[in-house]
Write a protein that binds this ligand. Structure first.
Ligand code: C2E
Ligand code: MG
Ligand code: MG
Length: 629
């Protein structure tokens, strides 16, 4: 017999409805066959005594079939068992009593009742059977009834075979159902176990890279820390942040970003030992745990290996992508006792590494904590300053070195805090960049500088160029084109009178959005200068691409120009290169006449610095405007 594809349940009440109906029909048919088979020898030998009970039984089976069809299964089961019980009792009474072969049907009926009947029916039937047996026994022993044990004939075989047939059918059906149910349970168990395993992996691993996630990293750390306490060694925690991930994501799309993250994960796993843990904390941040270290030097070696390992390019959709990374390192137990505080400190140390020029690592030191507290205070003060418009602009004049004529002014932001006093932009601009506050601050600077320049233009100084410093963050997170267009429109300043001072680190990024932003600004007629030239990158291809007009030679080369031949060589090289590219050079930080003279000899065309004036408020700046050229 084949087991149906319907989901079989456990025998008895829990079997699904259609299956139980089918089992009932199959058992009823088997019973019909057995009843007919038992009747045949009686008919052949013209013994009519047994035919009425057999006939009643058969008729009852017909009624059972009808009831199943009508969906009354419980009633059908009860009718089937009761009628069979009645038939068997009659046969026993008429024939061999307790020695009659039909008694063998009782166990089979009980099995069937257990399989498809209700509990009441089952126990009722059992009780009735026992009562019948007891009744017969009493009747026989008291000689109220004498059973006639028929002689063993061919009929005996047919009767026994019929009972065995029904029993075997029911036993077979039950066993098949049980096997199917066990198989189903087994399969479900396996599915459950697999689902549980998947859920466990999902709860402890990062879906994209398959690396452990923060919660598993925490577990591993706890284990490593416990072992470190026993073994008196340290656990190193390295917080890793990719330097160039945002660019890849922004310019090549999230698909490429994901590919890069996977490649980075694989490379990191290859760089560390099996005992170490590489976990992904989210975004482009990873955590490396080295469970057994004995000194900082060993960790520095690992950090070095990781930094240089990630400096090699990655092949993303056929392009060479440089990810680079910055690492912050904390050690257990020296830097903290728990996972969260060590992670926070490692994060701060990582930022320090980033500030120091990327592709670097930094160990946590106590001073970093103090600076974090200071940063938090400064950040909230900066928010208030933006709301209260506490910033001002000062203007530093720029001169033509050959003619001595004033050519423009660089707008430099100033912040005087009621309690903290003057706060240098060197201190607060990087913080504003990191927090995003540079966007509103930068917009305000553009508005204010353009308005001031237009006021000076209106007063007659029409060819004055105003230079405004623009942070790379304004390009990345804000919309500089819109801010510039707004500032020009609001002030009425012609775009040719505005110069944006860009950093080399911005131009080196070469992202599509940046190229579009700069092209839009160029079309508007705004000019570009590169600030602090010479301190950034050596790849100068961007000079051709972005139509820059001026290079501002960084003050570090200008300050000791008269004493340092190397600085002279650098300035000379910059000036010559700029000349061949048709760019002007502006020397920053010119503090004395000797430097000014030397700059002139080296071919530098323009300059600014304390030699003429520091940055001064607009009213003071007007003194320069009045001096005739
Ligand atoms: P920077 O754009 O290179 O500005 C030149 C800095 O050198 C200014 O410092 C200026 O006061 C100073 N300086 C000018 N002449 C001399 C000199 O002869 N000797 C010396 N030792 N220093 C001189 P400041 O104003 O402190 O600005 C520092 C930096 O802060 C700026 O460097 C610029 O990168 C940033 N910054 C200032 N204002 C803004 C702003 O409005 N927006 C943005 N994004 N950054 C700004
Ligand atoms: Mg500048
Ligand atoms: Mg500068």
């Amino acid at each position: 017999m084949t087991v149906s594809r319907e989901q079989p349940g456990a025998p008895g009440q829990s079997a699904p409805r259609p299956l139980r109906d089918r089992r009932l029909v199959q058992a009823t048919l088997a019973t019909c066959v057995a009843l007919c088979t038992s009747a045949i020898p009686d008919i052949l030998s013209a013994q009519w005594r047994n035919l009425p009970p057999l006939g009643v039984g058969l008729a009852a089976m017909g009624a059972v079939m009808c009831m199943v069809r009508a969906g009354r299964r419980n009633g059908a089961v009860a009718l089937m068992l009761c009628s069979l019980f009645g038939t068997v009792c009659l046969l026993m009474w008429q024939n061999g009593g307790l020695r009659d072969t039909s008694l063998l049907a009782f166990p089979c009926m009980l099995v069937f009742a257990a399989m498809l009947g209700t509990r009441r029916l089952y126990f009722g039937l059992l009780a009735a059977m026992l009562a019948m047996i007891a009744g017969l026994l009493v009747a026989e022993t008291h000689a109220w009834h004498a059973s006639r044990v028929p002689p063993l004939t061919y009929n005996t075989f047919v009767d026994l075979a019929s009972v065995l047939f029904v029993t075997s059918v029911i036993a077979w059906l039950m066993a098949s159902d049980m096997h199917a149910a066990l198989d189903a349970v087994h399969e479900q168990n396996e599915q459950m176990a697999a689902a549980q395993q998947r859920m466990e992996i999902m709860a402890t691993h990062d879906a994209l890279t398959g690396l452990p996630n923060r919660s598993l990293a925490r577990d591993r750390f706890e284990q490593a820390a416990a072992a470190a306490r026993r073994g008196e060694h340290s656990v190193a925690m390295l917080y890793l942040d990719l330097d160039n991930f945002k660019n890849v994501n922004d310019t090549l799309g999230h698909g490429s970003g994901d590919t890069l993250l996977k490649l980075v994960s694989e490379r990191l796993a290859g760089l560390l030992r099996n005992a170490d843990t590489v976990a992904r904390l989210g975004g482009d941040e990873f955590l490396l745990l080295v469970p057994e270290v004995h000194d900082g030097a060993a960790v520095a070696e690992i950090a070095n290996k990781v930094v240089s390992g990630l400096m090699a390019p990655f092949d993303v959709i056929g392009m060479e992508i440089f990810a680079g990374c910055s690492l912050g390192i904390t050690m257990f137990p020296a830097d903290g006792a728990d996972f969260d505080s060590l992670l926070k400190k490692a994060d701060i140390a990582m930022y320090r590494a980033k500030e120091s020029g990327r592709n670097a690592f930094r160990f946590w030191d106590g001073e970093m904590n103090a600076s974090v507290v200071e940063h938090v205070a400064l950040l909230s003060a900066m928010r208030t300053a933006i709301a209260h418009r506490d910033f001002t602009l000062s203007y530093q004049p720029q001169f033509d070195l050959r003619t001595g004529r004033l050519i423009g002014a660089e707008a430099l932001i100033r912040w005087r805090h009621a309690e903290m006093g003057n706060i240098s932009p060197v201190r607060f601009i990087p913080l504003a960049e990191r927090s995003g506050l540079i966007i509103p601050i930068g917009d305000w600077v553009l508005q204010e500088a353009c308005a001031q320049a237009q006021r000076w233009r209106a007063a007659g100084w029409t060819d004055l160029t105003i230079s405004v410093n623009v942070s790379p963050v304004q390009f990345k997170r804000g919309s500089v084109e819109t801010s510039v267009a707004q500032a020009l429109a609001d002030s009425g300043l012609p775009s040719a009178n505005l110069e944006l001072e860009l950093t080399e680190s911005l131009l080196i990024q070469d992202s599509l959005t940046l190229i579009e932003s700069l092209a839009t600004l160029r079309r508007m007629g705004v000019r570009f200068a590169i600030d602090d030239f010479g301190t950034g990158y050596s790849n100068l291809a961007y000079l051709k691409r972005f139509e820059v007009e001026r290079l501002k030679i960084d003050q570090t080369f200008v300050r000791r120009l008269t004493d340092d031949v190397q600085d002279q060589a650098i300035v000379r090289a910059i000036v010559q290169m700029a000349a061949s590219l048709n760019l002007y050079t502006v020397a920053e930080g010119v503090e004395d006449g000797a430097t000014l003279a030397l700059l002139g000899d080296l071919g530098c065309q323009q300059g600014q610095g304390f030699h003429w004036s520091p940055a001064v408020p607009a009213a003071e700046f007007e003194a320069f405007l009045k001096v005739p050229a």
